[in-house]
Ligand binder design. Structure first.
Ligand SMILES: CC(C)(COP(=O)(O)OP(=O)(O)OC[C@H]1O[C@@H](n2cnc3c(N)ncnc32)[C@H](O)[C@@H]1OP(=O)(O)O)[C@@H](O)C(=O)NCCC(=O)NCCS
Length: 375
């Protein structure tokens, strides 16, 4: 049997045309377009690119955007499902439950044709923000705010959360977050999505697998951990000691390190720029300064002193950005999912188009031929 690669590190499990990563040079492309160029698009356009493999014509663009905006509304049944959630949970857990409920209502639940999956996927992309915002409003004894079709995906989410329209800069930052979170090749949650799809299960089930996997602190849950770390540190002067304590206690610094990137994560670089922009705009540099001090200490301690490639990843400055956007920590992983759903849908579609069951092997390390003995 082949040698074990713990955590499947370095294993190439399949071919994809959705995203390209060069972890040594720090390059990321969506459908062949560099992430720095991708940032010129709206989230809606990125969704089209991921789902349809190309950018839309002008008329397809308008149709698609209108469609996404029309589909934002969620039915009363789904809102009622959110109402009966336990509100000490993260929004992520409520989102997983709501997607399960949505699947019951879908007339094409078990139809895995391209047409059905494009429809189901487009609707899920449109509805994720509405579900997450409804969770937050209901949790705070407020009524959910219906979506506003005139607003971008990012602006509308903040509007449904707060009840007031965000500033242009806040809306741009939220859009950027969704775009930067949209897709990242065969990360853990996307692998889960594709594994579920590969059994010829249905798209909703595959997305639920992705949600469960994204929640973990070593994956999307790192944004919540970053927010908690910022709160714990409180002041920029305390950041260095905080990091040194983590290192001496052999604990991980959340938002740092990556399985694939052994240099700066290109998404992290963009997140840092936009976070700086909003920090300067608010005139409150506290969270950004804490973050810069954490980053400087991690780079000095790991990269310079120990020659270990531990750089800020996508979740570090995303967490800092959420501070400035006043995204409640309980929502942080679900907000990541609002962006990532488009990548998951694209991978589901790609998996169904050329499917083979994903089923690796494990090397048995137990005993053999034991007698039955009740203890
Ligand atoms: C993302 C992550 C899980 C990748 O893990 P991986 O590729 O399996 O790497 P490993 O867990 O084997 O770590 C390799 C080494 O780097 C160290 N390391 C990795 N990330 C670290 C971090 N954030 N802080 C401190 N040390 C870290 C490990 O302790 C290990 O050291 P060792 O070789 O002396 O034992 C890991 O970097 C991590 O836990 N990061 C923090 C959580 C996070 O931000 N997740 C979001 C990822 S986008």
């Amino acid at each position: 049997m082949a040698e074990i690669q713990k955590g499947l590190e370095g294993i190439v499990a399949l071919e994809t045309k959705i995203a390209y990563i060069d972890g040594i040079k720090g390059i990321l492309e969506y459908r062949g377009i560099n992430i720095n160029e991708i940032m010129k698009l709206s989230y809606d356009e990125v969704v089209y690119l991921l789902l349809h493999s190309k950018l839309p014509t002008e008329s397809d663009r308008t149709k698609f955007i209108n469609r996404l905006r029309d589909e934002r509304v969620i039915d009363e049944g789904t809102i009622n499902i959110v109402r009966v959630c336990n509100f000490n949970i993260e929004a992520m857990d409520a989102l997983r439950t709501a997607v399960s409920h949505l699947s019951h209502c879908d007339p094409d639940l078990n139809d895995n044709s391209l047409e059905a999956n494009l429809r189901k996927g487009t609707e899920l992309v449109a509805q994720f923000p509405t579900i997450v915002a409804a969770f937050w409003r209901i949790r705070n004894m407020e009524e959910p705010i219906p979506p506003d079709k005139t607003l971008s995906h990012g602006a509308n989410f903040l509007y449904m959360l707060r009840g007031t329209k965000p500033t242009a800069l806040e809306a741009k930052c939220m859009e950027s977050d969704f775009i930067l979170s949209a897709e990242h090749e065969l990360n853990a949650s996307t692998f889960s999505v594709r594994t579920t799809a590969s059994t010829l299960s249905d798209m909703h089930s595959a997305i639920i697998s992705g949600l469960g996997t994204l929640k973990g602190v070593l994956h999307g849950g790192a944004r919540l951990a970053v927010l908690e770390m910022l709160d714990e540190i409180e002041e920029p002067e305390k950041a260095e000691n905080h990091v040194l304590n983590l290192i001496s206690n052999k604990k991980r610094v959340m938002g740092f390190g990556h399985r694939v990137y052994k240099t700066f994560d290109p998404r992290g670089i963009i997140f840092k720029q936009i976070t700086k922009e909003i920090a300067e705009d608010t005139g409150d540099l506290r969270w950004f300064s804490i973050a810069e001090n954490i980053e400087a200490t991690v780079l000095r301690e790991f990269v310079e002193k120990r020659n270990k490639p531990i750089y800020p990843n996508v979740d570090f400055y995303a967490g800092v950005l959420y501070k400035y956007l006043k995204i409640p920590p309980l929502l942080s992983t679900a907000v990541f999912a609002i962006g990532r759903i488009s990548g998951w849908v694209a991978h589901c579609i790609e998996q169904f188009a050329d499917n083979r069951l994903i089923r690796p092997r494990a090397r048995y390390a137990g005993e053999h031929d034991l007698p039955i003995r009740f203890l």
